[in-house]
Design a protein around this ligand. Structure first.
Ligand SMILES: [Zn+2]
Ligand SMILES: [Zn+2]
Ligand SMILES: [Zn+2]
Length: 137
């Protein structure tokens, strides 16, 4: 079984062409992908199918949202999330040269203690700089 098929099986999802291709596309990139990039890469599918697939992946814990400093939303594969239980408290890194945003799984965000009366939903920790690839050019 391919990695792609394995991810779908682990999350109890049917193997559809669009789902398989979307996961393969995420796996092939080390950085987070915008909705428009997915639409371009999966142009054989209509927009609604792509939107639904992405939404299912968010729900099931296969991908998580990555926000950048411009407020744009991108998506990246989760490492070990399950349905309704995302654990993506890691740092995101935005390269100011190639403009990509990557997950840095090795740095986790500490538990955030909010003042009384505030409730927590999620957090977004973005580090900006120059990525390894751009530094080597
Ligand atoms: Zn997740
Ligand atoms: Zn870069
Ligand atoms: Zn991430």
């Amino acid at each position: 079984m391919s990695d792609t098929a394995h991810i779908l099986k682990k999350h109890h999802l049917r193997q559809t062409n669009c789902r398989q291709q979307m996961i393969a596309h995420f796996s092939a990139h080390s950085y987070a992908l915008a909705h428009s990039e997915l639409e371009q890469a999966l142009s054989e599918f209509d927009r609604v199918t792509i939107y639904r697939t992405l939404y299912t992946f968010l729900e099931k814990g296969i991908v998580h949202k990555v926000l950048d400093d411009a407020g744009a939303t991108r998506y990246a594969l989760c490492a070990h999330c399950t349905e309704h239980q995302h654990h993506d408290e890691h740092v995101h890194f935005k390269c100011m040269q190639c403009q990509t945003v990557q997950c840095i799984d090795t740095i986790s965000i500490p538990n955030i203690q909010l003042p009384q009366g505030y409730s927590y939903i999620d957090s977004n920790f973005l580090v900006r700089g120059v990525c390894r690839q751009c530094n080597q050019l």
